[in-house]
Design a protein around this ligand. Structure first.
Ligand code: TMP
Length: 236
């Protein structure tokens, strides 16, 4: 399928139209940002890794009954996806304290929760993606009650599937961010990406961080961590 005009360039991906109005082409970049674009850099090979890892996870989730936007992997960095209208919420699930949760509540990282948590951020770069609750999301017309219920159910299901999958790879799934979209008939599907950019992965034995925190916190060996996660996930 031919790439047509570029519709959108985000911080980590470019999105192109295709001949099929229901299908878009995503092209993953090596660019990395953190803190709402304040920190910028490149993670060599990241685009290809995130493309392959995301597609692997989307197909695993489809098999487990979670509808996703995935259509077909075209090349190292390019994938066809269903055209969706993105629900402007970042859906964050946490199994272990880390990142903004640890900071906000003044607790150390690494507390294993008895139950997973969920929170939403309003996807708006100008506002710095502020936290938002369900009532505020409804008031702003971001989603309907039913859509929010569907999204919550799907997000917890994704967590159960991913937690079990990563446990077998000796990786603790600390937390992750999901985005959902609506296809033309209004069905909610999982969209965007699932990768070391959007998840926290800790080695279960050494607790070594194997995700974008290595870039955010200048921990070094960023490329190695991405490679290691790809190797474990794809079994290569
Ligand atoms: P946080 O602890 O900084 O709120 O991040 C929670 C999870 O969400 C973590 O796995 C990283 C991911 N995340 C994104 O994918 N994009 C973002 O812009 C942010 C802030 C976090």
């Amino acid at each position: 399928m031919n790439k047509k005009e570029m519709l959108y360039e985000g911080k980590a991906k470019k999105v192109y139209a295709t001949e099929n109005p229901e299908v878009l082409l995503v092209d993953y970049k090596d660019d990395a940002t953190a803190f709402n674009g304040l920190k910028k850099g490149t993670i060599s090979g990241k685009g290809a890794i995130n493309n392959r890892v995301t597609n692997f996870m989307m197909q695993l989730l489809e098999k487990e009954g979670v509808p996703t936007h995935f259509v077909e992997e075209l090349s190292e960095r390019e994938t066809l996806v269903k055209k969706v209208s993105i629900v402007p919420l970042e859906v964050i699930i946490r199994n272990i304290s880390a990142g903004s949760f640890a900071k906000r509540y003044g607790v150390e990282e690494g507390i294993v929760f008895a139950e997973p948590t969920i929170e939403f951020s309003y996807k708006n770069d100008d506002l710095g993606d502020p936290l938002i609750n369900e009532y505020h999301a409804l008031a702003l017309g971001v989603a309907t009650k039913e859509e929010i219920e569907t999204i919550k159910k799907m997000a917890f299901k994704v967590n159960e599937v991913m937690k079990a999958f990563f446990k077998k790879l000796n990786v603790d799934l600390v937390d992750f961010k999901l985005e959902f979209g609506k296809v033309s008939d209004g069905t909610i599907v999982l969209a965007d990406e699932i990768s070391p950019d959007t998840c926290r992965f800790w080695d279960s034995t050494t607790h070594e961080k194997l995700d974008k925190d290595r870039f955010r916190r200048d921990l070094g060996n960023v490329e190695d961590a991405y490679q290691e996660m790809m190797k474990r996930i794809l079994g290569e």
